[in-house]
Design a protein around this ligand. Sequence first.
Ligand SMILES: [Fe+2]
Ligand SMILES: [Fe+2]
Length: 467
Amino acid sequence: MAIKEEKQVFLVGKDVINQLSIILKTALIHDPANIAVRTAIEKFIMLVNTLIETERTISLELIGEFFYINGVRIRYSLEYLLNFDFLVKEFKKREIGSILFKDIVKPQEIQVFLEAFIASGYSEDPYETMGKKIDALHTIKIDRLKKIGTGEETDVRKVIKKTYFNAVSYVKGVITKVRSGEKVNIRKAKRLVETVVDQLLDKEQVLLSMTAIKNYDDYTYHHSVNVSILSIALGQRLGLNRKALTELGLASLFHDLGKIEIPQDVLNKPTSFNEDEWKLIRKHPIWGVFAILKLRSFDATAIRSVIVTFEHHINIDFSGYPQVRKYKELDLYSKIVCLADQFDAMTSSRVYSRIPMSPDKALSVMMERSGVDLDPLLFKFFINMVGVFPIGTLVMLDTKELGLVYESNAVFTDRPRVLIIIDSKENKVRGPVVNLAEKDETGRYMRSIIKVLDLNKYKINLAEYLL
Ligand SMILES: [Fe+2]
Ligand SMILES: [Fe+2]
């Protein structure tokens, strides 16, 4: 695709998707002949035909949680968030993976499409119903949502596991070198973060599952990588571009670099910190600023890293540390890293509190802080990203099975995919992975979560299951 065209897809793409969502929403509440529906269709046709004129055909594809138009990923933008989410949900409900516009479309054709779309929502086999109803249309075709097979899934996990551990060992190397005063290769960090950004674009859930494994030995290194992954994933949902995501990823990777100044025996203390130790801990953002300035040349990314490192514990109401007076608003990246940092720290066993919280408990603590010291809007995006039951949550099902949340479901946030680890006869098993959104012939859910259990009490090693 020529650059000019790609740019046009990029500019108009989000409006096309937004307007498609609007016509479907409007048609669901009004009669298709209604003026509101007709006006919405006209607007959609204008947008989509402009693109067809330059692109000839348009494929609008749903991959994971994101839409692609002719292969270009369309960014989430705040104002369109609800409409995008609605469309993802409706596509998934009907198992539609893509819509192909093969030529300039007319209003009557969109009408037929809309009627098919609405009717299929009530059907037992929505995809087939939809397909039949639009069969006579020559300009609009649909294709079924692709499911990732298990074989492919194992390979994906292998690749992502490699990226994750490369990043951890790199951070370990950086910290060791900084401690001994050696020179650090920052270019490598950039390449690493770029890999994470690329993999997050379509394998978000697998990368997020790596961050769920908390019982690693080297807390500090894993924490840095986890916060970086969570921050990039959140940034992506906010519509930051690749360059911005890389910058955010780097800043978050080094957010706790200042901890190198804190004696190891304090950091790794098995009991709670005393007041003197807390005084040391509270200095790590400022020490981090010095460490970063020593680390690298003074470019824009370094400045952003310095800001994030300095601000990541300040809180939006300035109630945190370091204490600041008459401070401007916190940087967007700092607010993102703050959320990622708190979530990872609370669910890990080695920092501040010796007892790790279950992921859903950590979210409810954060929910209380949301709007007080955490940014409420960003927190909404965060919950939408990790799900009500984040990956790694141990759940009891109404079938008496125990399982680990394996993949969140962005549409039905309380119905994730779960890896069964104890079957209904209390045997330790490994799988299957069940989808809680699945229903039986009578239309009832096959399995539902009845409660969340404490991972620590059951002495479950997450790494054993998620890696
Ligand atoms: Fe920190
Ligand atoms: Fe941290």
